[in-house]
Design a protein around this ligand. Structure first.
Ligand code: KDG
Length: 318
């Protein structure tokens, strides 16, 4: 049985081997990366079974991603190969123009995953999980992807599966106005929402963590987590519970994927029955470890590694 089923696009990530503007970078490292499959990998690392629904091009890169995720222990039985569309691709520029931050450049239009649709949502598969997770990126990809999310949410809700949603608003994919309009149609069907202050400002016009969480909770979800980057994270629930935990200081190599490591750890901690405080602590640690290497999933920790990190062994201060 799978605890978490995720759905969305995974691409080949070409991560700049050196820092600085991409036009001067000559070497790139290949990774498999996509927010929803990152969460699936993180879930597996945390000791739970996870599956991922998607489409890949029937090409060398698509087969690489399939093999990679299968090798990580993610259930890929509901991943289809599309002969008519390619696997998406993106580049990561590191440390420029903001040192310590990465920038993404997509080459994904018309990709296989953008052709995901409601027929790709298997009712039994989604219904068998405890949590279904997807993100705003999937909603931004295409009309058929939106319909797939609509179907998955409907199936999950009918089956009593918790719906987890990360706003993940990528402004290279859509405008803030469109993101706000589209996401507002889905938020009422979610149970757990992950967001950050920028996305919260777009969705509910409030970048204050407490205010944003309150506004989002009034729209439907019982739990809202606001990720605050190097300031940690804040969580509030519809029962009036609140918690806030600081971030950990680590050497930053590549920030892409940290939010997904966080989501996976937080969801896994909730499955373990941890308190909100403890869940935030573990999730902040997972996010911190993730940024210490290139690639989204390579340094997503196991639960034991988080404990070692929190105990101070291997906690590297700048
Ligand atoms: O959260 C990390 C993702 O943003 C990254 O892997 C790329 O999935 C990605 C996307 O669609 O932006």
């Amino acid at each position: 049985m799978l605890e978490i089923v995720t759905m969305g696009e995974t691409m080949i990530q070409l991560n700049a081997f050196t820092s600085g503007p991409l036009r001067y970078v000559n070497y790139f490292e290949k990774h498999a990366a996509g927010t929803e499959s990152n969460v699936a990998v993180g879930t597996v690392r945390m000791g739970y079974a996870a599956g991922w629904i998607s489409k890949l091009g029937d090409d060398e890169l698509g087969h690489y991603i399939h093999n990679f995720l299968k090798g990580e222990g993610v259930d890929v039985s509901h991943v289809a190969f599309d002969r008519e569309a390619p696997t998406g691709l993106y580049f990561v520029q590191r440390d420029y123009p903001l040192p310590g931050k990465s920038v993404i450049y997509y080459y994904r239009r018309g990709s296989a995953a953008s052709r995901l649709g409601p027929d790709d949502v298997d009712v039994d598969y989604v219904s068998s999980a405890k949590v279904f997770h997807t993100t705003g990126i999937t909603l931004a990809l295409s009309g058929s992807c939106r319909k797939a999310v609509e179907r998955a949410f409907e199936v999950a809700r009918n089956a009593g599966v918790e719906v987890s949603f990360d706003s993940n608003i990528r402004l290279k994919l859509w405008s803030p106005e469109e993101a706000r309009r589209v996401i507002s149609g889905y938020i009422g069907s979610t149970d757990i929402v992950f967001t950050d202050t920028q996305d919260a400002e777009i969705m509910v016009g409030d970048s204050d963590p407490e205010g944003a969480a309150e506004k989002l909770i009034s729209l439907g979800p019982h739990t809202v987590v606001v990720k605050l980057g190097d300031k940690g994270a804040y969580v509030a629930t519809s029962d009036g519970e609140k918690a806030m935990k600081p971030a950990y200081e680590v050497p930053v190599i590549d920030t892409v994927g940290a939010g997904d490591a966080f989501d996976a750890a937080f969801l896994s901690c909730r499955l373990r029955g941890f308190t909100l405080e403890r869940s935030l602590e573990v999730a902040n640690a997972a996010g911190a470890l993730c940024v210490t290497v290139r690639g989204d999933v390579e340094a997503i920790p196991t639960f034991e590694d988080v404990e070692r990190f929190l105990a101070g062994k291997g906690h590297i201060l700048r």
